[in-house]
Write a protein that binds this ligand. Structure first.
Ligand code: ADP
Length: 532
């Protein structure tokens, strides 16, 4: 604080003021004078004083009256006042002085050391108060700045989320078209050389989809938006599924795939099966990718059981290239690979392990790695699950039965994208369903009013009228048929919020794009039976 504290000396006799000024000359303060009560009141209303030294006996307005008036100004309510009086010992003065809020008395004749000592204490207090006031102002400003920054950050996160959701739709829609067209072409008995090109096309498209999904997942984790489901699932089925999805690749590369699940793991557990699959696919995928010869082993065993909770440890063991000791801590960082030649040789973005580690940690586990160059790597983690007493998960009819004809199923496909229309129609006609097409929500509502359908496949983002709005319109139509009509959303979004929105708008379910034909079939086939 640069400004000197001000001290006001009030006395009707200039001689007395001068004496006081001389006594206080060495203090780092600014001294001001007032020779009457009125002058003191005027000055107190204009300046901020650290302390007032007030003579009690003055002609006209005495010291007590003066202080009473000064105190009426809210800014001076707490102004420290020291009365200078020869009558301090008389009770009347003492009581009156205290009533008007004196902080101290100094009796005449004044002893310089006492005056200097008392004034110094008040100067210190004043400085401390000023510092505190400044700090409060500073903190309030910081708080304001922080709030502003927080609001801005929240806005930015919302904008990012919106951008990602839009981009996911925009990128996944054409990808959907590419992947499904490749699938269709592969079923049309291509020549051998064409099959090879189609495989490359499919590999690249799948890879691109994986990258888009990785980036979306990664930013979702960053925004703290990831949520975990609790569903019943069969652990053995999940693990065999993961293993099977690598069978082809392992066979092609002559790698042994071993699988070892401890018998004491309960057949059915409760947890997030989708995320567990994602974690395992990432780790087994890396193991396969980085192993030239030998084997990949997937192991699962219980490590702790407490009431209905069981911690299961998973180990993915490979005999691959291994990871150098000095690189091990880096591989979990985003966009990092053990060697700069990795992308060239093996592909990948370096995001897989960063996501996998977060997915494990967010569920209360820890991802560990042991590795030796040239010998192989072991990635392990344990996760908690709840034990279910069921011997197996009830399968719905759709999972049990195999592909069959959808003859007689009347489907309305609401989709603005021509390629997507074609792909969905091709599959549906292959399964002998009857198809009609609406290019947007508005046309769909009209068609639903005029015809009877068993099912509507509804794209969400369309010109003129969105899928959400069209569903709302259909659901508010009077007849029961409109309330019961199954409406399945076709969505490219991977965000949980968007999926919740689908149900909020009255849709029956959803299929994610790029859809795989099996998923499409199993999602819609139950509605064939419902009609009967
Ligand atoms: P990506 O596989 O996309 O490059 P990851 O985050 O999954 O990214 O892996 C990061 C890096 O860790 C890989 O590039 C590789 O160098 C190393 N790595 C991961 N798993 C293994 C493994 N099983 N054996 C050898 N190296 C591995």
């Amino acid at each position: 604080m640069n400004v000197k504290p001000k001290v006001l000396i009030v006395d009707d006799r200039v001689k007395n003021i001068i004496v006081l000024e001389e006594m206080l000359a060495d203090l780092d303060i600014e001294l001001m004078r007032a020779s009457s009560g009125q002058e003191a009141i005027d000055k107190a209303s204009k300046h901020e004083f650290a302390i007032v030294l007030m003579d009690v006996r003055m002609p006209g307005m005495d010291g007590f009256e003066t202080v009473e008036i000064i105190r009426k100004d809210p800014l001076n309510e707490l102004l420290p006042i020291i009365y200078i009086t020869a009558f301090y010992n008389e009770d009347y003065y003492r009581v009156k002085g205290i009533k008007t809020g004196a902080v101290d008395f100094i009796t005449k004749p004044i002893i310089p050391d006492i005056l200097i000592g008392k004034v110094s204490v008040f100067m210190k207090l004043y400085k401390q108060r000023k510092n505190l006031e400044e700090e409060i102002v500073w903190r309030a400003q910081i708080e304001k700045d922080l709030k502003k920054a927080k609001d801005l950050a929240e806005d930015a996160t919302r904008a990012k989320q919106k951008f990602l959701s839009t981009m996911s739709h925009e990128i996944r829609t054409p990808l959907n078209a590419i992947i499904n067209t490749v699938n269709l072409l592969k079923e049309e008995e291509p020549r051998e050389d064409q099959t090879e090109s189609l495989d490359i096309l499919k590999f690249s498209a799948d890879n691109l989809l994986q990258i888009v999904n990785d980036i979306l997942d990664y930013s979702k984790i960053g925004a703290g938006k990831i949520e975990f489901e609790k569903v019943e699932f069969e652990m053995r089925k999940l693990l065999t599924g993961v293993r099977q999805s690598f069978n082809f690749e392992a066979k092609r590369r002559k790698l042994e795939m071993e699988f070892n699940m401890d018998k004491s793991i309960p057949p059915v557990v409760v947890g997030d099966s989708i995320r567990l699959t994602q974690i395992l696919i990432n780790l087994v995928g890396n193991a396969v990718k980085f192993t030239e010869k030998g084997s990949i082993t997937i192991e699962a065993k219980p490590v702790k059981r407490h009431n209905s909770q069981i911690d299961i440890e998973f180990r993915i063991i490979d005999t691959g290239i291994g990871i150098p000791k000095d690189k091990i801590t880096f591989i979990f960082e985003s966009f990092t690979q053990a060697s700069s030649s990795t992308t060239r040789k093996y592909g990948g973005t370096g995001l897989g392990l960063a996501i996998t580690q977060k997915l494990v940690e967010l569920q209360g586990g820890e991802l560990k790695v042991e590795s030796e160059v040239g010998k192989g790597s072991i990635f392990s983690f344990s996760l908690p699950f709840l034990v279910s007493d069921k011997p197996f998960v009830e399968e719905d009819a759709m999972q049990k039965s195999s592909f069959h004809s959808l003859k007689g199923l009347r489907v309305l496909v609401v989709e603005d994208n021509l390629v997507n229309q074609k792909i969905v129609s091709k599959y549906l006609s292959k399964w002998e369903a009857m198809i009609e097409i609406a290019e947007n929500g508005r046309i769909a509502v009209e068609m639903v009013k005029k015809n009877r359908y068993d099912l509507v496949l509804m794209d969400l983002h369309m010109p003129e009228m969105s899928g959400y709005e069209a569903t709302l319109k259909i659901r508010t139509l009077k007849e029961k048929y409109y309330k019961d009509l199954p409406i399945i959303a076709l969505t490219a979004s991977v965000f949980l919020e968007d999926r919740e929105k689908i149900f909020e708008f009255g849709m029956t379910g959803f299929i994610t794009k790029p859809f795989n034909p099996k998923e499409l079939f199993w999602t819609i086939s139950p509605f064939l039976k419902k009609r009967d």
